[in-house]
Design a protein around this ligand. Structure first.
Ligand code: IMP
Length: 180
């Protein structure tokens, strides 16, 4: 495990300011696209834990239309840098007839979002969209339709801004990757 203090081995990919600006743009785009929601029928944000918790906290403050938020727990990595190939989901959400927007940190193989989408679609939401901060299109194995993408990135393992390696590095205010 690389110590957090050993930041020299982390190369910054997106600064806190770059992320802030992009999150503001995403919030504006989402608010524009969901201008028809109301207090009675608000946009239903569902953030995927744990990786999306910081992104979701910033994104919701950039959304100007009525919305509510819940959280869903998904895990596939454990302490490894590659997906285990199975996704464990934990939630008790009711999404029938709701306009749902899933908030994810990274779409990698697509397995996690495919599992979540399948499970929620079975409840017949009014609509189901995906907003991801990062997309690694080169790693895709399971097709997912993404409505909002913060940044497309190469197939590299990244940390920071809520994203972990073995539960570490989530508190970094930027997103970086390890240099060898
Ligand atoms: P997928 O199911 O392969 O699309 O993986 C999605 C999940 O894997 C993300 O929500 C992250 O939690 C995790 N993940 C994918 N790539 C990375 C990475 O580069 N760093 C840390 N976690 C990652």
């Amino acid at each position: 495990m690389i110590a957090i203090e050993d930041d020299a081995r982390l190369t910054q990919l997106f600064s806190g300011e770059t992320i802030r600006n992009r999150v503001a743009e995403l919030g504006a785009a989402i608010s524009g696209d969901f201008s028809n929601v109301s207090e009675a029928d608000p946009l239903y944000l569902i953030a995927v834990l744990k990786g999306a918790f910081i992104f979701a906290a910033d994104l919701i403050r950039a959304i100007t239309v009525p919305c509510t938020i819940d959280f869903l727990s998904a895990s596939s990595y454990g302490t490894a840098k590659t997906s285990s190939g199975t996704v464990a989901l934990r939630h008790s959400l009711s999404v029938a007839n709701r306009h749902v927007l899933l908030i994810e940190d990274i779409v990698d193989t697509g397995l996690t979002l495919q599992r979540i989408s399948d499970e929620l679609t079975a409840q017949h939401p009014a609509s189901l969209g995906i907003c991801t901060l990062l997309d690694k299109p080169a790693a895709r194995k399971h097709p997912v339709r993404i409505a909002y993408t913060g940044f497309s990135i190469p197939d590299r393992f990244v940390v920071g801004y809520g994203i972990d390696y073995g539960e570490h590095y989530r508190q970094l205010p930027y997103i970086g990757f390890f240099s060898s």
